[in-house]
Design a protein around this ligand. Sequence first.
Ligand code: COA
Ligand code: AMP
Length: 628
Amino acid sequence: MREAYQRSWQASIDDPQGFWLDAAKAVDWFDAPESAYSEKAGWFPGASLNTCYNCVDRHVAAGRGDGVALIYDSPVTDTTRSWSYAQLLEEVGRVAAMLARLGVEKGDRIVLYMPMVPETLFAMLACARLGAVHSVVFGGFAPHELAKRIDDAAPKLVLTASCGIEGSRTIAYKPMVDQALKLASHAVAHVVLLQRDRLMADINAPRDIDWAALREDTAGDSLPDCAPVASDDPLYILYTSGTTGTPKGVVRENGGHAVALAWSMANIYGIGAGDVFWAASDVGWVVGHSYIVYAPLLVGATTILFEGKPIGTPDAGTFWRTIARHAVKIFFTAPTAIRAVRKEDSEAAFMKETGTGPLQAIFLAGERADPDTIAWLEEKSGLPVIDHWWQTELGWPAIATCFAMGDTRRRPGSAGFPVPGWNFAVLGDDGRVLGAEQSGNIAIREPLPPGAFRALWNNPERYAKSFSGFPGYYETGDAGHFDSDGFLHIMGRTDDIINVAGHRLSTGQMEQIVAQVPGVAECAVIGADDPVKGMVPLAFIVPRADISDASALAAAAIAAVRAELGAVAALRKAYVVAQLPKTRSGKILRALLRTIANGKDYTIPATIEDPAAADVIAGAIASESTPA
Ligand code: COA
Ligand code: AMP
């Protein structure tokens, strides 16, 4: 009911201390919090806990050891396996013993470059158990990006697997780790390698250690206890794209994270002990951290770790079959995945065949959900499809419809209402608070609620920058407006971050890479609309005068982005053009490039240096003669 939501939101703003202290009761503490917030120590100052204990041990201690904690459903290896909470405790304990044997202690960083296999989840929880700080790097990033993260986090170990399986392809991970470690200046003590049957990797002893052998060696070791950590001790670092080529290491603290995620399960998704929750994302992203690993386990629910794609593994029915087979209650995915399914099965024949079991609602996030996709999914499933919005920095949904409070209000094109704890304002560029229907910068009043970031690893200046544009507010980097009924509409970014298939990427970073390709005089990379991926990057390149082979240059630029940033960048088109549209002061008119690339009518801005430049771009796109 909207009243329950409104009361809750108001209480969280009027009395955040009382609101969050109450929410903190859902977590087991070694030292319980006496107050909710202090500016210096953040959320739950002076309190201590262990996140792994809260996700695993306490459910076993409460007599729910037989409940199913984890289902690994892997159409790409034709495997389905489940672990009870008692079995999960054993597995996590074993990995914790392995890490302890290698000298891992509280505060040490561990980088994981792992596919969607159960060992990844065991290892994340094992780090949490020891008070170590994991940093999971998404498998689609290239060695160069992995190296940057290794240098920044300075981990004691890297955990990896011999391969990832992406649809029908097997991707060798270990050579990428080897290359990253060559590129990095930081030296790790060991690489622990999980061999997968599909593709075995070379082991370079003594640096590399075989996962299975280490597990066997430590089989007799006692299971390490859960280390008490302070509420503001880091649980993990997760790197995300910023506006520069250097990724931002978002630091997540233990206490606020556990409280906020537990609250979100009960009050947004309506998930508790015994329920089955599925977030079809990847553990390399924040959605995977929060809603594949931590949140479902914090509340004693069953989580699904799905190693597959929405289509092609084996077909566009895989989502619905998985939902029906495991009796999923709430499903969470990205709009791009639904668009991919719809493209292959526009009548939802697969869904008709399997049904959706006890599914109650479908949540979407990660990128703007276009109204057409929502309407299609609601019509075909007969279920509420709830768009909601958040960011890596924030850790859990900040705009949503609180379905679990009985609120089902939805408006296509809007991500919902501010979630309790989050106090939003739409600000003009001059910092004035704008009224309903007025578009501006989406900002959130400080302090941010529990779970949101309070630091960037090694980078206090960059952290401070997120709060300095509009004093008293966190600047989300998104633009949008409240409508007159209080729905918040997110319309796009105010910077050069784009979302490609739900993956957050920086066009600025791609530009830096393309600019270094020999023969490139100048370039711009922008995000253009795409019917499935939401957005895709496009590069526009002005060649140096001595370059005659335009298609070779375009191909080199595409290859460079793939090699340096990774396959995930999905830069597939580079146009070689005679000039870029620029202002007289030399600024590239990226908004104009976007408009032209999206095939929309464009007006030539008065500030343009050479009006013909816009037609040059339009001509290149229309002819499609120069893309690689
Ligand atoms: N490890 C290695 N490579 C990976 C990878 C991983 N974990 N994830 C993606 N890649 C690779 C892909 O294989 C692809 O490589 P290619 O260029 O050689 O084909 C490339 O990165 C781009 O991947 P993607 O953008 O995902 O495109 P796709 O065509 O493979 O799949 C979708 C399209 C829509 C099916 C897919 O993007 C998808 O499922 N998206 C949903 C994403 C999501 O859930 N995001 C979480 C946010 S909540
Ligand atoms: P990430 O940090 O990878 O989760 O990406 C966060 C960014 O994705 C946000 O700043 C938005 O630009 C975009 N985003 C996430 N969810 C939504 C949504 N529901 N609607 C519109 N944009 C979204």
